[in-house]
Design a binder for this molecule. Structure first.
Ligand SMILES: NC(=O)C1=CN([C@@H]2O[C@H](COP(=O)(O)OP(=O)(O)OC[C@H]3O[C@@H](n4cnc5c(N)ncnc54)[C@H](OP(=O)(O)O)[C@@H]3O)[C@@H](O)[C@H]2O)C=CC1
Ligand SMILES: O=C(O)C1=NCCCC1
Length: 346
């Protein structure tokens, strides 16, 4: 059976409402052994990514989730254990489950602490993150809070100045409230390109822009297959992205008690796809700061950015896609939809 989005041509597509796609994905997760709570959380996350046009972490990931669950690499029934360790610090042992249910379990305590102390940290360990990171931070900004999150992944990025991969693609996501507008959100891999986008390019037979990765001999290549088959990715921005990636390893793994990207061994679980690492979230209540209204200040910054000619803010593309999906539904080609239905047992 082919994977969702594992197609080159865009055959006839069908539009699904967000609710219908979420329900279909929930059924897939349930059928492959997750608890009802986990299925709901992951389905919402994955459908949100597809709706917002974040294709590298939308339904494209479903076969990876399924093979991971089937291999026994991740516990789809895990019940996260939340530990209230200090006035501004919450720890969660995800129990070898997915990171998003662990975040959901700790969320209300985290917000309560951020509102009372002004800042709170959530350290998730023993967890698997296979998704886009912006869904983890954006809801905090919707509640007037500032949020920053990092997660590490699997070894596939050569640190700047090194000759072999060590870091993961290690994304950083940030969200801040804004008066009279969508929150300011960015979410970026610290590699020159996300691993998911390399896989998608390889399937489509497309070449990558220069500077994304190297082949198995360490030579620059624009061939995504050469990167995937023994090659590696490069950090974005040379030593700067490399330093940020190192920071993500420290915050998401060393600080949480999770695995570094290079530390886990999934060789006993053929089919396992999800990195078994850690995630850190920092939430700040801006009402505790210097007295000026933070959301108004954000809006002023955006106004000035537009004033100097900026047309696109990070997040604008997603919000445009979201608005379009609300009217038209989420377009899935026939082959993708058929494979999702098959995975759901329909
Ligand atoms: N779970 C994991 O371990 C990992 C997950 N990922 C995920 O992969 C996804 C893709 O990452 P990546 O490829 O780096 O993301 P992109 O390079 O596509 O985008 C990075 C950010 O920059 C914004 N942006 C892009 N182009 C412009 C532009 N021209 N002007 C202004 N803003 C712009 C995007 O906004 P917009 O979204 O609106 O385009 C986004 O916020 C992320 O969601 C990330 O979390 C990556 C690595 C590992
Ligand atoms: O696209 C990426 O890079 C990753 N996404 C999900 C987790 C592994 C890395």
């Amino acid at each position: 059976m082919s994977a969702p989005h594992d197609h080159v041509s865009t055959a006839v597509s069908q539009n699904l409402s967000f609710e219908a796609l979420t329900a279909l994905l929930e059924q897939i997760f349930l059928r492959h052994g997750t608890s009802a709570d986990v299925a709901k959380t992951l389905a919402l996350n994955c459908a949100s990514a597809e709706r917002d046009g974040a294709h590298s972490h939308g339904v494209f990931r479903i076969p990876g989730y399924v093979s991971t669950l089937q291999s026994g690499w991740v516990n789809g029934q895990a019940v996260p254990v939340v530990e209230d360790v200090a006035s501004g610090f919450v720890r969660v042992d995800a129990g070898n489950g997915f990171a998003q249910p662990a975040l959901a379990a700790a969320r209300s305590l985290l917000v309560e602490k951020a509102r009372s102390a002004g800042i709170a940290v959530l350290a998730i360990r023993n967890s698997h993150h296979f998704a886009a990171l912006w869904p983890d931070v954006e809801p905090f900004a919707d509640e007037g809070l500032v949020a920053l999150s990092v997660v590490n992944s699997m070894t596939c990025v050569v640190p700047h100045g090194a000759d072999r991969p060590l870091f993961g693609t290690n994304p950083i996501a940030f969200a801040a409230p804004r008066a009279n507008g969508d929150p300011i959100v960015f979410d970026l891999a610290t590699s020159a390109i996300a691993h998911g986008d390399v896989q998608i390019a390889a399937r489509k037979g497309e070449r990558l822009p220069a500077g994304m990765g190297v082949d198995s001999l360490g030579q620059p290549t624009q061939d995504p297959k050469a990167i995937l088959e023994g090659g590696a990715l490069l950090p974005f921005g040379g030593h700067k992205g490399s330093a940020l990636s190192m920071m993500v390893e420290l915050l998401a793994a060393a600080l949480t008690g999770g695995n570094f990207s290079f530390e886990f061994d999934w060789s006993n679980h053929p089919g396992a796809k999800t990195p078994w690492t850690g995630q850190l979230l920092i939430v700040i209540d801006p009402s505790k700061s210097a007295g000026q209204n933070f959301a108004e200040r954000s809006q002023e910054l955006v106004r000035q950015m537009h004033g100097v000619g900026l047309k696109r803010l990070p997040g604008d593309r997603r919000h445009r896609q979201r608005a379009k999906a609300k009217v038209e539904g989420i377009a899935l080609d026939a082959q993708t939809l058929a494979s999702l239905r098959e995975l759901a047992g329909l």
